[in-house]
Design a protein around this ligand. Structure first.
Ligand code: NAP
Length: 323
């Protein structure tokens, strides 16, 4: 079969199309004929050896070390081609999607390929009304938004929620999931995303290239910040005393000042979860959740897809279509 592999760190050009054996599904795994795989930031962070991050980014855990050759890709949508020992609940021919073995790098998902294996426990049935490209766009970003809003925050009905980086992978799902829970959503993004975000249900929109969101918003109950960075603490001005800040990415939030005002921090590392994928599948099927597609590339053009990812300002997700 064909698979994208990197044989060393570097620019997107290190991603090449190789001929490799079709993998065997182990106990509890299924073999998937991949129809679409999706890019996520860790795919290109890892290709660059996480060189853009200081050690403090990995506080409390080891800096990840890739082994080569490496096939990236945690998000997959495809059709079950074989089932390993002990698998129940899935059969050959089922259309499935999921976040595969995440967190995990060397033993993680290998979705940039014609076939990949995945633990059945990480998968759910793809809704028939959603094509593979749109399904592959969901797992990591959708689960992140779901695990933040449902598991970590337990978002109360009617809260005012500011989503920073609202047009990106995590942000655009967070906007929609917050709306399903009756939130008043303020989306923060650059100029070109307004129509996209209003169409997804955002009640207010702040173009951060024209207006600083921390000057435009007061007394939000929750800030979901997918951007982070050294000035993340500016959102202390936008959140009410006793509110919540959810940093999706590493940032500096002046936690002592926040603690004095009773502001809590909630969040954590996204992880694979087939049962939660089934929850997302139900929302996709009833139309209350949809994936925005920034761009689609053929599997063989994975390097071009990574170039697009590194240019930033993404609207939704970047997907690889596997013929
Ligand atoms: N905690 C976890 O488990 C977890 C899970 C998933 C992702 N993450 C991390 O979260 C971050 C976001 O992930 P993602 O997949 O959503 O990334 P993404 O798809 O690249 O989206 C990032 C978005 O941020 C916007 N943006 C950039 N600078 C901004 C600024 N100064 N203010 C407001 N918006 C800005 C970009 O578009 P515009 O600038 O055009 O608006 C883009 O839409 C990544 O660093 C990722 O590694 C963490």
């Amino acid at each position: 079969m064909k698979a994208i592999r990197a044989h060393g760190f570097g620019d997107p050009g290190v991603l090449v199309l190789d001929d490799v054996p079709v993998p065997e599904p182990g106990p509890g795994d299924v073999l998937i004929r991949v129809r679409a795989a999706c890019l996520n930031p860790p795919d290109w962070y890892a290709r660059r050896d996480f060189a853009m991050f200081a050690d403090e980014h990995f506080a409390g855990r080891e800096r990840p070390r890739l082994r080569f050759p490496w096939t990236p890709g945690s998000d997959v949508s495809g059709v079950v081609a074989a089932v390993g020992p002990g698998v129940t609940g899935f059969a050959v021919g089922d259309a499935v999607f999921g976040l595969v073995r995440f967190p995990g790098l060397n033993n993680g998902g290998r979705a940039y390929a014609e076939y990949t294996t995945a633990p059945a426990a990480h998968l759910a049935r793809k809704p028939p009304s959603v094509d593979h490209v749109h399904a592959a766009a969901v797992p990591m970003a959708g689960l992140t938004a779901y695990q933040y809003l449902v598991d970590h925050i337990r978002l109360p009905h009617g809260w005012t929620v500011l989503v920073n980086g609202a047009a990106g992978g995590v942000g655009h799902f967070a906007v929609q999931l917050a709306k399903t829970r009756g939130a008043h959503v303020i989306a923060v993004a650059s100029s070109r995303h307004e129509a996209f975000l209003r169409d997804l249900g955002a009640d207010e929109y702040v173009d951060y290239t024209a207006t600083a969101p921390e000057d435009a918003v007061r007394d939000a109950d929750l800030v979901v910040d997918t951007v982070g960075g050294p000035d993340g603490h500016r959102f202390l001005k936008a959140v009410r005393d006793g509110g919540v800040i959810s940093p999706v990415f590493h940032g500096e939030y002046h936690r002592e000042e926040a603690a004095r005002r009773g502001i809590e921090f909630r969040g954590g590392q996204v992880h694979s979860d087939g049962a939660q994928m089934a929850e997302l599948a139900a929302l996709l099927a009833d139309g209350s959740l949809r994936a925005g597609i920034d761009s689609v590339f053929d599997l063989a053009d994975a390097a071009k897809a990574h170039e697009r990812a590194e240019r930033g300002h993404i609207q939704g997700k970047i997907v690889l279509s596997v013929p």
